[in-house]
Design a protein around this ligand. Structure first.
Ligand code: ACO
Length: 370
């Protein structure tokens, strides 16, 4: 049971706490949507400004965390680093395991909201051999994140890019009981601190069948290389030798309602950055998939990951940071699912039973007789 997010996969409907994703993407901001997801209601003006200032209050990571970041090989995947760093945060906030204390939980929520973007930006800067940029409390959430990544680069801080980034985070904020949210709840049900549970959810998101698909899409488009190579690639898809990454969804069997806003965000970004040369390949793949029997019969529509990678790449974000951006967007959704889990007094530890398919009882055989 959950009251956070509603999806009707056949009708292509997505709502957070009853509000259509279209209205939130048009009119809201990442922090307002986060508050809505976590608390269940749209905040008043005063509630929103308190939430923003509470998140900002925790806008720095312990210095030792920055030293851990510097110890990662510069070539390590950003998601491997992020998973470790989120878990490491719990060691600096030992009271966070007092999960029956609502004030502690609120502090943990604020810390995760403000510090996951810092971990992401600082790891990116480390991987590029650049020094860290301190968070700037005068900036909004998405602007601050882009500033920590690209300080001083006016093109990458263009207001239309900041606004596209905020929309992307809203579109990724929650998606009911998907793989990573289920992991958040499974781990949360044994009652560890939320930093450890978010780290586990991040590991689930990392995989290419879940949040890692945005990176795999870009890899696929780069490998296809040009529109002329698409028919040969589609033959391989139909022979099931490869998957069309960024297509298909366990729940949506219609057009993903988020994809429309991703396309709009893409247009906004390309107006500033110039078009992405891989866009033509992406549009042609989409057009084939929407019209050819093989894909139509299997309800294979573009999902949220299909266009997001193209947008991120055009913004100057390297491929192995794409799923990290998804993690920043999805963190409030995981926290909302976790808070709901804690409030449900009927909730027991997650413990699937199995259908045993192994041997019946048999006797140990000595090594000499094997
Ligand atoms: N490319 C080609 N064929 C596909 C694809 C795809 N992306 N996805 C499903 N199919 C085919 C299957 O081969 C199967 O064909 P069959 O009926 O002839 O055997 C049929 O469509 C049904 O596929 P399932 O695997 O049963 O679909 P399921 O709902 O289990 O899978 C999933 C959903 C994992 C998302 C899958 O579509 C996929 O791997 N997509 C590519 C990866 C991707 O984009 N993941 C991101 C998902 S969104 C998110 O997590 C944020």
């Amino acid at each position: 049971k959950s009251s956070v997010t509603y999806i009707d996969g056949d009708a292509g409907i997505l709502r957070y706490r009853g509000y259509p994703i279209e209205q939130l993407a048009e009119s809201s901001s990442q922090l307002e949507v986060s508050k809505l997801l976590i608390d269940g209601e749209l905040p008043s003006k005063e509630e929103l400004s308190k939430w923003i200032s509470d998140v900002k209050e925790h806008n720095s990571v312990p210095e030792e965390i920055n030293n851990i970041i510097k110890a990662f090989p510069v070539s390590s995947h950003a998601m491997g680093a992020l998973t470790s760093l989120e878990a490491a945060l719990s060691t600096f906030y030992p009271n966070s395991k007092n999960i029956t204390d609502e004030d502690e939980n609120y502090k943990s929520i604020c810390r995760l909201m403000s510090q996951v973007p810092i971990l992401a930006a600082n790891f990116y800067r480390h991987s590029q051999g650049l020094s860290f940029i301190a968070p700037d409390d005068s900036l909004d959430y998405s602007e601050n994140f882009l500033n920590m990544m690209f300080e001083g680069d006016n093109k990458k801080m263009h207001p239309d890019l900041v606004s596209a980034m905020d929309t992307l985070l809203i579109l990724h904020a929650d998606h009911e009981q998907n793989c990573s949210a289920s992991v958040m709840r499974n781990v949360g049900s044994s009652e560890p601190d939320p930093f450890s549970a978010v780290s586990a959810a991040t590991a689930a998101l990392y995989g290419p069948l879940h949040g890692g698909a945005n990176e795999a899409v870009l890899q696929m488009l780069t490998e296809i290389g040009s529109v002329e190579n698409i028919p040969a690639f589609m033959d391989k898809v139909k022979k099931k030798e490869v998957k069309l990454m960024g297509f298909g969804h366990r729940v949506y069997k219609a057009y993903d309602p988020r994809a429309k806003y991703l396309k709009e965000a893409a247009d906004k970004v390309f107006n500033v950055t110039g078009t992405n040369p891989l866009l033509d390949i992406a549009l042609e793949l989409e057009s084939i998939a929407l019209n050819e029997d093989y894909f139509v019969a299997r309800n294979l529509y573009p999902n949220v990951d299909f266009y997001s990678g193209l947008i991120y790449e055009s913004m100057g974000i390297p491929k192995d940071m794409f799923t990290v951006l998804f993690t920043i967007g999805r963190t409030p959704g995981w926290l909302a699912q976790w808070k709901e889990l804690l409030a449900d007094k009927d909730q027991k530890i997650a413990r699937p039973r199995q259908v045993y398919t192994g041997y019946d009882s048999r006797d140990y055989v000595n090594m000499e007789s094997r």
